[in-house]
Ligand binder design. Structure first.
Ligand code: TXA
Ligand code: MG
Length: 322
């Protein structure tokens, strides 16, 4: 099992020797290794069981450091960086050759992010290389939002998990790039599109195209729990499943169902708050997935602001069933 703690010096020493360390961020926990060391990067792919055509995000703590491994930052993306970093925003930037091809799967852009988390920012500050870090889950499963989630799934494969408490945003970063001069969103996430548009004007959303995805986070089955996941109107679905013999769980926005044991139903936000729902989403999906139900029934949330990113993850989870 991995050791869990808050020892930055220990995390730093392991990373400097080419080992992997799970790190907390405001979005989800990351599985981090030295981004400039191809052996460490290769280890990330093998621990996660991730196909090498799915590129990684590089994390660092300052714009000066970002400039060391990227070419000129296009003006609109530079403005987004100035407004939203540190924060749940990943920018696709033209890369310098110092970034190994394995990190970017051979693309000429590199995904970069400055995360908003005190402990991880202190670690990044202390390192003289950036960290490549995908979400710290096995490929295809739900992203982890606590140290315990990481321990459960990758604990026997890594030496250390830096514990920064539960992730405060709970959804992966919003991925933004520039395509034919247009600011383009490739993955909906913890930073709302409306916030981005206040800085750069209307943007193009490419997060739903599924053929030949530029960002494999767009693959539909990317967030699948083990139980099959059914999306629909809970008021209809719940009575239907209650009549069947099948053990099922319920993931609702705020509604609570009578005659259902507590451990089989989770409310994302009792007060109907989307930010709270985002923060709880993955932990609740995991909790329901671990109580031996064969089906999780869920409903879409209001399709607005963070609700769009939450609905995106719910739809992917539902598409994951065979
Ligand atoms: O919030 C987050 O972004 C978390 C935390 C740990 O920072 N990280 C994360 O990483 O979600 P990951 O590997 O699970 O998702 C990264 C996504 C993938 O879908 C990948 O395809 C896309 O970023 N990506 C990375 N580099 C890219 C590039 N150069 N062009 C297009 N997409 C890229
Ligand atoms: Mg991921």
């Amino acid at each position: 099992m991995a050791q869990i703690g808050t020892d930055i010096e220990k995390a730093k020493a392991l990373l400097e020797s080419g080992e992997l360390v799970a790190i907390p961020t405001e979005t989800v926990y990351g599985l981090a290794g030295n981004a400039l060391n191809p052996d460490a990067v290769a280890k990330i792919f093998s621990v996660k069981n991730r196909p090498s055509f799915d590129p990684l995000i590089i994390h660092t703590d300052s714009l000066e450091k970002v400039r060391k491994f990227t070419l000129d930052i296009p003006a609109p993306l530079d403005r987004l960086a100035a407004h939203f970093w540190p924060g749940p925003l990943t920018l696709l930037l033209p890369k310098k050759t110092i970034v190994p091809d394995l990190v970017t799967s051979g693309l000429d852009t590199v995904a970069v992010r400055i995360p908003q988390h005190t402990l991880t920012l202190r670690l990044l500050e202390a390192l003289d290389f950036p960290l490549a870090a995908p979400s710290a889950n096995p490929f295809g499963y739900i992203s982890p939002t606590t140290a315990a989630h990481v321990q459960d799934q990758l604990g026997d494969k890594i030496p250390y998990i830096l514990d920064g408490g539960p992730s405060q945003v709970g959804l992966e970063s919003t991925i933004v790039g520039l395509e034919n001069g247009e600011v383009t969103v490739y993955r909906l996430g913890g930073l709302e599109v409306a916030a981005i548009e206040t800085i750069v004007g209307p943007v193009k959303i490419m997060a739903h195209s599924s053929s030949n995805p530029k960002s494999p986070g767009m693959l539909k089955s990317h967030y699948a729990p083990k139980a099959s996941f059914v999306l629909g109107d809970l008021k209809t679905l719940v009575p239907m499943y209650q009549k069947s013999e099948m053990p099922f769980g319920i993931l609702s926005f705020s509604r609570k169902f009578k005659d259902m044991p507590e451990q089989f139903q989770k409310q994302l936000s009792k007060k109907g708050d989307l930010a709270e729902a985002a923060k709880n989403l993955f932990a609740h999906m995991r909790a329901l997935d671990s109580v031996d139900v064969s089906v999780i029934l869920a409903e879409l949330l209001p399709d607005d602001g963070l609700g769009k990113a939450i609905n995106d993850r719910l739809k992917r989870a539902a598409a994951g069933e065979d």
